[in-house]
Design a protein around this ligand. Structure first.
Ligand code: FAD
Length: 414
């Protein structure tokens, strides 16, 4: 019997596990892949977007970030090594190659869970559980109600396979893309209209790499894809990977410094931006973010990111991108799923609207949610409880502040 089992070792799950262990909880972190990091490593995302006050993110920022213009870029292998070193330093119990299968629920509590290991199925028990699987496999298995994608029509942000490109003459590339981005976008749109590229691949999203000589492409897209369906994800993998040769041809022919570009690596799997939004004790709304609302039960502080919605239906990048007016907080209630008292959500699966998710889905904010969830699990354990409703929210905030989380900007509480 563990104090806490955390499923998913992405940004949210890792931050949760670190916080749970560092606050004294006997913790197991279960991950389906052979390494940790989720989208921050195996998904090949190499840039932190947005911001939040979070111990793990602050430390990574100090040790691993290279600023390239406004971007906070890192080396994905260095981040993977950083995570693993920290796991070993704090003696976190980690189980790789093990997938959450299902949960046994009674009286609104998870009694036990089953995981699928290489050797078969195993049952595990804990006082508390944290679902940081991205899609929310644990909450789904428990029957927590959810909204899939956008409230009005279920449309979700596109699924993307990231691509790392080598053979780049970095100074020539930087000068060209820096000065002529709009002209390049125009050429790309024209190439799409001529049928040289899939229309959904015609948004110029070239991401600088930590190392000179490389760039990253956030350009493949599979629209209308339900990332909780293996069949749809298979279609998306094929669609996205089929777009890569044409994108590469375009870059070689049109972007200076890229004549010798070649594919170095692609993401281990297609990245899912959006899927289930679970219904929690509070549903975070875009108006809360725009107003910079400080919730009485805040557990994430100084979260900051624009609403970043990629092309939902059409060609190119019909993104709705609007700055949040202020840095915002996230209430603990948005991490509490309806109906299950010993489970917390952390990461992109928390309770929020499609538009609010477009802001809080980025990695620094997901890490901050994880820190809050892991700390909450440890505090519950200290008090020999197993229901998060019994959590003293002010005690949680005190511990978070002691651990370096900064106070919300505005002391005005609503
Ligand atoms: C294409 C793309 C580009 C993005 N670009 C950026 C960017 O530039 N900057 C930024 O900050 N954010 C970016 N994001 C957003 C960000 O990467 C994600 O929203 C964030 O990683 C979510 O964190 P998470 O921990 O909730 O989930 P994930 O990072 O998805 O981690 C979930 C983990 O759970 C594991 N898992 C899943 N199911 C199970 C199971 N059943 N059992 C055990 N383990 C399981 C997975 O293997 C994974 O390790 C991007 C997202 C995508 C898809």
């Amino acid at each position: 019997m563990y104090d806490c089992i955390i499923f998913g070792a992405g940004p949210a799950g890792l931050a949760a596990a670190f916080a749970a262990v560092e606050n004294g909880a006997d913790t197991l972190l279960v991950e389906r892949a052979g390494f940790v990091g989720g989208m921050s490593t195996e998904g090949m995302i190499n840039v932190f977007c947005g911001d939040a006050s979070c111990a793990l993110y602050n430390d990574i920022y100090k040790k691993l970030i290279r600023r390239i213009g406004h971007r906070k870029v890192y080396d994905t292998e260095a981040l993977k090594a950083y995570y693993l070193e920290h796991i070993q330093a704090i003696r976190l119990r980690l189980l790789l190659h093990a997938r959450f299968l299902d949960a046994k629920v009674a009286d609104g509590k998870i009694e036990s869970v089953r995981i699928l290991e290489n050797a078969g199925i195993r049952e595990l028990r804990a006082r508390t559980y944290i679902d940081a699987t991205g899609n929310g496999d644990v909450a789904y298995s428990c029957g927590v109600p959810f909204t899939l994608g956008r409230e009005s029509d279920g449309v979700m942000q596109p699924v993307t396979v990231y691509v790392r490109i080598g053979g780049i003459d970095t100074p020539a590339y930087m000068e060209h893309v820096g000065n002529e981005r709009e002209e390049l976008q125009r050429k790309l749109t024209c190439a799409g209209e001529r049928g040289e590229l899939a229309p959904e691949a015609c948004a110029l999203r070239l991401i600088p790499d930590f190392h000179d000589g490389f760039i990253n492409l956030n350009m493949t897209n599979s629209l209308n894809t339900d990332g909780t369906s293996s069949e749809e994800l298979t279609r998306a993998e094929l669609n996205c990977r089929a777009q890569i040769p044409a994108i590469l041809r375009f870059i070689r022919g049109n972007v200076r410094g890229c004549a010798n570009a070649f594919v170095v690596q692609t993401g281990a799997y297609a990245g899912i931006r959006e899927s289930r939004h679970f219904h929690g004790a509070y549903t975070l709304h875009e108006d809360d973010l725009s107003a910079g609302r400080v919730f009485d039960d805040w557990c994430v502080s100084r979260a900051d990111n624009q609403f970043n919605i990629h092309n939902l239906t059409g060609a190119g990048a019909d993104r709705t991108s609007q700055e949040c007016a202020k840095r915002y907080t996230i209430p603990f209630r948005s991490l509490e799923p309806q109906g299950i008292s010993n489970l917390l959500l952390a990461g992109r699966n928390i309770s929020g609207t499609h538009m609010a998710h477009g802001s809080y889905r980025v990695m620094p904010i997901c890490m901050a949610m994880g820190q809050a969830a892991g700390t909450a699990a440890a505090l519950i354990t200290r008090n020999a409880r197993d229901d998060f409703a019994a959590l003293d929210i002010h005690a949680l905030q005190t511990v978070l502040l002691e651990q370096g989380v900064e106070k919300p900007d505005d002391e005005t509480v609503s």
